[in-house]
Write a protein that binds this ligand. Structure first.
Ligand code: HEC
Ligand code: HEC
Length: 350
């Protein structure tokens, strides 16, 4: 009896060992899940990463969705149409983005980078959760001009998508929740933190700033970093930096969302990361170069009821005083925020 039991235990162990070997052989190659890493010079992420764990399958699905024109009513305008990697995921050369049927919007495309660290999205903060954001471009008539229902129908009818949803999510469903979570997984991984500036502040690879860049950094810290704050180069707030209002458009900015008159003409303080690549500038893309932006800060600003208090000079005029040399130095500094590794990162390429 005892002998028999021992024998069956041995047999069971052998069977288990055999099965696990067989299982290992059968198991498909499992690629490594992408790991979200907070750069040491960045603040804590705002996105709750535990609520949507990033996996290889989810990331791949998000990427496919991001590059797929099928999501738009015309079958052409994908997210990547207006968010191109080599320009830090902006629509280079287009002051105002244009979508389906070449219809023009009223805002300049924003870069997609470091979104895990932001609380609100778009120039006026219309979306307060990244998972909710894609509804805006998908349904906007001047962008992708679709309905969420229609997009889901197209995805559900596609065998490749069915398979990818099944691999990416436990319930495997092709629904809005999973679609947006997958897109977030892809976008959350898009962290830009390897510019010359980062290597300099993290004391990596013996990187030093040139005299010009270093002077520019000093000017930047005293005149710009109150709004373009932290190593994200934004304090994530909405402010009026004194741009003259185009009466034909009269974009109310943050007030569109809050309906509070104090928010009139306030726009998101943009991150200046990769700014040398993301021309044209401001919410409506009115400036084609960094030179014109700096000239605006010294000489082009107009006052209004909601202009940021910091931009008012003691003599009642508005603007940020800088010499021509200081402006050149600031531009040299801004160029140290260009992250070549990010724009060439194959993980984010089509
Ligand atoms: C027709 C051009 C166009 C298309 C297509 C487009 N976008 Fe955008 N995107 C923009 C513009 C313009 C803004 C700024 C919107 C605003 O402020 O109203 C923006 C803003 C964003 C932001 C906010 C970034 C931030 O820092 O707040 C995210 C995220 C984003 N887009 C993701 C996407 C995704 C995902 C898709 C595809 C589902 C997409 N976009 C499709 C033009 C486009
Ligand atoms: C009072 C806050 C504040 C200060 C100070 C400030 N900015 Fe800005 N900046 C903003 C806001 C807000 C915007 C977006 C305005 C809009 O589009 O309506 C902006 C936009 C920009 C842009 C355009 C970026 C893009 O992606 O379109 C650049 C470049 C820029 N600022 C550089 C600077 C520099 C350089 C300084 C210092 C000389 C500076 N800013 C000082 C608030 C500020």
């Amino acid at each position: 009896m005892q002998y028999d039991m021992k024998k069956s235990v041995v047999a069971m162990v052998l069977v288990t060992v055999f099965m696990s070997c067989a299982k290992q052989e059968e198991a498909p190659y499992v690629a490594v899940d992408p790991v979200f890493e907070k750069p040491s010079n960045f603040p804590e992420p705002h996105y709750d990463l535990a609520s949507n764990p990033i996996t290889k399958a989810g990331f791949d699905l998000g990427k496919k969705l991001f590059y797929d024109g099928k999501l738009a009513s015309d079958g052409v305008v994908s997210c990547a149409f207006c968010h191109q990697q080599k320009f830090a995921f902006t629509h280079h050369g287009h002051p105002l983005s244009h979508g389906v049927d070449n219809r023009s919007g009223k805002r300049n495309s924003q870069p997609i980078q470091n979104l895990a660290f932001q609380k609100q999205f778009s120039w006026d903060g219309a979306a307060f959760h990244l998972d909710m954001f894609p509804i805006i471009p998908l349904t906007n008539p001047v962008e992708m001009d679709e309905t969420v229902g229609n997009v889901l129908k197209k995805l559900a009818a596609d065998a490749t998508y069915q398979k990818m949803f099944a691999e990416a999510f436990k319930d495997g469903r092709v629904n809005a929740d999973n679609t947006f979570k997958a897109m977030s997984q892809f976008m959350l991984m898009m962290v830009s933190a390897n510019a010359k500036y980062d290597k300099y502040v993290r004391k990596e690879e013996n990187v030093t700033l040139t005299a010009e860049e270093s002077r520019g950094f000093t000017v930047f810290k005293s005149k710009c970093s109150s709004c373009h704050a932290t190593d994200l180069f934004t304090d994530d707030s909405f402010r009026n930096n004194g741009l003259p209002v185009d009466p034909a458009v009269d974009d109310l900015g943050r007030m569109t969302v809050t309906l509070v008159p104090e928010d009139r003409y306030k726009f998101k303080v943009p991150s200046l990361r990769n700014v040398a690549l993301t021309a044209p500038y401001m919410h409506d893309g009115r400036f084609g170069s960094l030179e014109s932006v700096l000239n605006f800060y010294t000489d082009g600003m107009v006052t209004s009821a909601t202009i940021d208090a910091q931009l008012k000079r003691p003599d009642g005029t508005v603007g940020i005083s800088m010499t021509t040399q200081e402006k050149q130095d600031v531009i040299a500094f801004l160029k140290t925020l260009t992250d070549e590794e990010f724009i060439k990162d194959k993980r984010f390429a089509e």
